[in-house]
Design a protein around this ligand. Sequence first.
Ligand code: ZN
Length: 130
Amino acid sequence: MYSEDIELAKNARLKAYSPYSNYQVGAVLRTKSGKAYIGCNIENHGIQGICAERTAFAKALSEGEREFESITVVGGKKGEEARDKCMPCGYCRQFMSEFVNDNFKVYVVDRDNNVSEFTMGDLLPYGFKI
Ligand code: ZN
């Protein structure tokens, strides 16, 4: 894990557009070459909001990136410190699994900068595959 990813994720979190849930999430996606793509959650009136993790992936994928190392996630209520474990939702787990293998690392950071480490295999052991 890159040491600056905690701060990058926290800064990304502050960019969240979440007027309905008031829940802010930031994510930093690292490519295998070390490049960082940040993402935040973006809501709207409908149900088509996007999570921070998928925002980061969409930015990287649309730039042609295909090899990913890790994602770092931090989240919590607006105006509050990060919660204990802001885990990727089921949709994001399935989405990410399309582009990474079971060894892809998922780091979840809490308010005290404690890092919980998971692998894609931990989070989605029996993901849907065609
Ligand atoms: Zn999600």
